[in-house]
Design a protein around this ligand. Sequence first.
Ligand code: ARG
Length: 469
Amino acid sequence: MSPESSTAPAEARAGGLVDGAGHPAVSPMAVTPDTELSAFVPTFRASAPYIQAFRGKTFVVAFGGEVVADDTFPNFIADLNLLASLGIRLVLVHGARPQVEKLLAQRGMESRYHRGIRVTDESQLGSVIGASARARARIEAALSMAPRTAAVTPSHNRVTGGNFVVAKPIGVIDGVDMKYSGEVRRVDAQAINDCLKDGDIVLMSTLGYSTSGDTFNLTVEEVATQTAIALKASKLIFLLDTPGVLDADGTVISTLYTREASAIASKAPQASDVQFFLSAAVRACQKGVVRAHLIGRKSDGAILQELFTRDGIGTMISVDSLDNLRPATIEDVGALLSIIEPLERQGILVARPRALIEREIERFFLAEHDGQVIGCAALYPFPEANKAELACLAVNPDYRREGYGERLMKAVERAAKEHGINTLFVLTTRTAAWFTERGFRQATITDLPEKKQALYNFERASQVYVKQI
Ligand code: ARG
C-alpha cells in the first residue's frame, strides 16, 4: 500500500462535487474551450458512449401530425436519418390530427372528440385514411431526401409500412359509441423485425385493420406503446408541444421513475399531451421498454440532444435509477485510473501505480452513472487496531455536487462495519470541512493504527480525521 493513500480533497479540490466549504473548483479533467470550435470536441467525445450503446438497438419514435406540418420538419427528418445511419433500428409512428381536421373542414364535416379521442364515424373514415396517406407521403418524401451538405449521395433509405397492427373497435365509452375509432389488439413484431433486420426504417400510421377486414383509427400513443412493447424496444420517444414534462414552475423535469411519472400523469389535465404520453411512457417502461423520453417538438435538434448527452433536454422515464454503486473488478482498472490520475498529477491524491491498483482492486468501490464509472473510494482495514482507512475518494468533476461522494463514503462505512470495524479515518490535506460536515472530527497521528503511523508522510503533513461508525 502506498504510504499515504487518502483522500477526499480529491473531489473538492478538483472541483469534484463534494466541497461543502465552497472552494473554487479547479477541474483537472475539464477542457476549457477558448473558441466555439473547440467546444465541439468534448461534446462529441461525451456522446461516444451513447453512439456505441445505441448501435443495433430499436427505438420507436412517435409524433403527431403537427410535426409533419411544421416548417422545421425536414430538420427533424434529417436527425432521424442520422440516427438510422448510426445503426439504430428505427420505427416511426405518425399521427395526422391537423391533417384530418383540415380535410374534414374542407368537406364541411365536424370533428368530434370524447375523452380526447376522435369519434370516427363511417362518413369520416375516408378523410382519416386520406389525411393519413398524405402525411405518410410527406414523411416518405422527406426521408428520401439526401442531405444538402453531403459530398456523395448517401445510400438510399428504404421506408416500409404494412398491416402490422391488428385492431379492434374501442366500442362504447360513457355511452358514446366510438365507431371506427379502435384499439390495438396485436402488433406483428416478427414482421416489423424482419424489415428492421433488412435495414429498413419502419413507418407506421394510426390505421389498423381488424380480422373482419375493417379499418380502424387508433391513437398514436397506443400504436407506439404497443409496438415498443412488442419489439422489446430500448426506447420509446414521444414528441410533444411542451419541452418535456413541466413542474409547477414550468421547468422541465429531467428524469422520472415510473412511480413518480404515473402520479404526475394521473393529475395532468384531461386529454393533455402529458396525460396521454406520460401514461403511455409508464406503461411501456413497466412492460420492459428500457427508457421512454418525452421531448419538445418545437426545439430544433431536441432528439439529438436528448439521445447523445448525459442530461438530455426533455423528460426521461425509466423503471430504475441510472446510478449504481458497486465493488470494483479487475476490468475497472482503466476507468478507475482515468478518475484518479488527474488528481495524482495535481498532488491531490497520492500516486498509485497501475500494478498497485490491480493488486488492491477489491478494496475499491465505484460510482456509476448510466454505465460510466464516475467516482471511486477505497477501504483499507487495519483489523488489529479495529480501524479502517477511507482512501482515494474521488469523483469526476463533471458530476460534482450530486451526492456521489457522500454515497461512496457511506458504502465504505458499511463495508467497514461488515469487517466489524467501528472507527474510520481519513488523511486529508485540504478538505477537512467536507469530512467534519459528515461526522468526522480532527484527531492526531497517534490516533492512527501503528502500521499506518509508520508510513505517515511528514512532508505531506496531512491532517487526520476520524469518525465512529
Ligand atoms: N442520452 C441518454 C439517453 O438517451 C440520457 C438522456 C437523459 N435525459 C434526460 N431527460 N434526463 O439515454
